[in-house]
Every structure is written in C-alpha cells, then in structure tokens.
Design a binder for this molecule. Structure first.
Ligand SMILES: Cc1cc2nc3c(=O)[nH]c(=O)nc-3n(C[C@H](O)[C@H](O)[C@H](O)COP(=O)(O)OP(=O)(O)OC[C@H]3O[C@@H](n4cnc5c(N)ncnc54)[C@H](O)[C@@H]3O)c2cc1C
Length: 306
C-alpha cells in the first residue's frame, strides 16, 4: 500500500482514502449517520460496526447533519472508529450554514482528533428553502470547499458525483463537468449519489474517464432498500429514478418490508456485479446503520470473509 501517513498523535499508520483503492480486490466502505442518542451510538459501536468489520471494509464514513447539527457527533464517531477499531474513517463536511472560519475550526478539530480524510460537500438547501444560499463568508459550491481544504494540505479529499446529474443541474454533462472540476481542484476520489440503473453509472464513468481523462477512483454509492415508502422518498429527494418495472415490484410489496429488503439485495447485487465486472475499484454502501442487506450482497458477490 502506497503513501502510508504516520500520525505522531496516535503512533499508528493511517492512509489517505485514495490509496485504499490501490489494492487488487474491491475496496468496500460503509457510510453511517450519527445516531440521535448516546444509546444509539453505543449500539453502533457494540453491534453494528463489529458486524460490519466481519465484511472487512477498507474504511467507514460518517455523515454531517444538515446545517451542521451533528457536527460534534460526526467528529466524535469518526475519531472513535479509528481509535477503537483501528480502521480508517472519513468525516463528511458540508458548506451549509458555515463561514470559512467555521469550516476552518472544524478542520482544526478534525486534524487534532487525528482525522485525515474529508468528504467535501455543498449540502442540500435547509428545509423551507428551495435554493442553496451560502452564508456571508461561506462557500457556494463544493468545489470552493475542496479548494479550501486542499490549500491546508492536511487531508485526503473525496467529493460527490451524480450518475443521473444533480437534481438542480439542467444537463447531466454540465454536472459531470463540475465533478471533473472538483477533481482538478483537489478531490482524490469521487463517490456517487444512489442510483438504480447501472447504465447511468457507466455513462458517467465512461464520460469522466474517456472524455475528461479522470484517473481517480469513481465509486458507486449503493443503497439497499428498507421499505417501499423509504426508497420512494429517498429517490424523490435526490432525483434518482426508479424504472417502472422496479417501481411496480416495490409497490406490490408496499406492506412487506422484508420482501422489499430482499428485492433490494437482488437489485443491488446485480448493480454491484455489473460495475465490478466493468472495473470499478470498490463499492460504497449507504448502510443506514444496518448490516443484514450489505452482508447478503457481499456474500452474493463472493466478497465475504471466509
Ligand atoms: C456520497 C455522498 C455523501 C453525502 N453526504 C452528505 C452529508 O453527510 N450531509 C449532507 O447534508 N449531504 C450529503 N450528501 C448530499 C449532498 O450534500 C447533496 O447532494 C447536495 O445537494 C450537493 O452537494 P455537492 O457536494 O454535490 O454540491 P456541488 O458540487 O456544489 O453541486 C451542487 C449543484 O451545484 C452545481 N454547481 C457546482 N458547481 C457550480 C458552479 N461553479 N456554478 C454553477 N453551478 C454549480 C452542480 O451542478 C449541482 O447542481 C451526500 C451526497 C453524496 C453523493
């Protein structure tokens, strides 16, 4: 493994996320959100993370709540994962409600806690606002945050991209060009929004690789289903489509979450298999702090530990 960074504060070797994709086998990562209560956090550390560790992920990532409401929880959880399990973990960070000085303070705290990787995001407009409005002295786009983090030189940086184009962008190629610009500004890995048509991912992947010449890892973000209402809500919020035959199946099982979960395992296994066959370097699971579906998908793919 290349470029292992040694942190004096912990006497332990950590790595930039981008180097975790240098390995021959697929690089698996799991994304959590910070639980709302301390009991929830203990369950995450006592049960969820140990179960997911059996699937041998290369790293975890922890979301940053809208408006920075979970800021301290994100920092604490990322730092605890690294300290207690010795596994790499990345903090998400958004521009919502933050001035450059507030972002700087977050980065200082993250650095002091030994955190080395940041997923740099703009964030969604806060509830009740239809358009994203940066605060005075803040950042308007994720690329501004990428540049700001890059000039500090302390962090590995990842950014988001959108196989179907971002919801607010009138043309998906413009949005893909903006993803390429984030890489040119310093992002070393791109992770996608959820999607359920693998050909959308491949269109974007081939565009970024062949037309824009990107060589950084471009990693599919995969969300297994929890229930029909949940997946319809998530896809509506981020503008991802559900093809009519899939929607029909979801609606047929609207009262049976277990059947929908199993359908999700089937759909996500197929997406992952096709994309791994195409040569993607890894899979980022939006596991929503659950383990069963991810474990089943990994088993179907032959990626579980023996
Ligand atoms: C892997 C992943 C993890 C996420 N984690 C979180 C999280 O932890 N917390 C959270 O709140 N949200 C999270 N999100 C959601 C994300 O914040 C939203 O999708 C948000 O709407 C866009 O963020 P972005 O970083 O892609 O923004 P940007 O890259 O800034 O793009 C936002 C919009 O602006 C457009 N744009 C970009 N640059 C320009 C420019 N120079 N001029 C004009 N238009 C431009 C883009 O085309 C796009 O339409 C995550 C998304 C992904 C894919």
């Amino acid at each position: 493994m290349k470029a292992v960074a040694r942190l004096a504060c912990t006497e332990r070797a950590y790595v930039r996320i981008c180097h975790l994709y240098d390995r021959p086998e697929p690089t698996i990562s799991f994304e959590f959100f910070p639980p709302k209560t301390l009991e929830g956090e203990e369950t995450l550390f006592r049960e969820t993370i140990p179960e997911l560790l059996r699937l041998r992920p290369a790293f975890f990532s922890v979301t940053y709540g809208a408006g920075g409401g979970t800021r301290d929880n994100t920092l604490r959880i990322v730092s605890r994962i690294r300290r207690e399990f010795g596994v790499e973990a990345m903090s998400h960070l958004t521009c919502v409600g933050s001035t450059a000085a507030m972002v700087s303070k977050y980065l200082d705290d993250a650095h002091a806690a030994g955190i080395e990787n940041i997923l740099a995001l703009r964030g969604d407009p806060p509830q009740g606002q239809s358009e994203f409005q940066p605060v005075a002295g803040g950042f308007a786009h994720a690329i501004d945050l990428v540049r700001y983090i890059k000039q500090r030189g302390q962090f590995g940086i990842a950014a988001a991209c959108y196989p179907e184009g971002h919801l607010e962008c009138p043309h998906k190629h413009w949005d893909w060009d903006r993803a390429a610009a984030k890489v040119e500004a310093g992002a070393e890995v791109l992770i996608t929004q959820l999607f359920y048509d693998w050909s959308d991912f491949l269109d974007m992947y081939d565009y970024l690789r062949n037309r824009r010449g990107l060589t950084v890892p471009i990693i599919p973000g995969v969300l297994p289903f929890l229930g029909t209402a949940q997946i319809k809500r998530f896809t509506t919020l981020c503008g991802a489509k559900l093809a009519r035959p899939l929607l029909r199946k979801l609606e047929a099982h609207a009262d049976d979450d277990e059947a929908v979960r199993q359908l999700g395992v089937e759909v996500c296994t197929d997406i992952c298999r096709r994309l791994l066959d195409h040569g993607v370097a890894g899979i980022h699971f939006y596991c929503l702090n659950r383990t069963t579906s991810c474990a089943e998908i990994m088993r179907n793919l032959g990626l579980s530990a023996p």
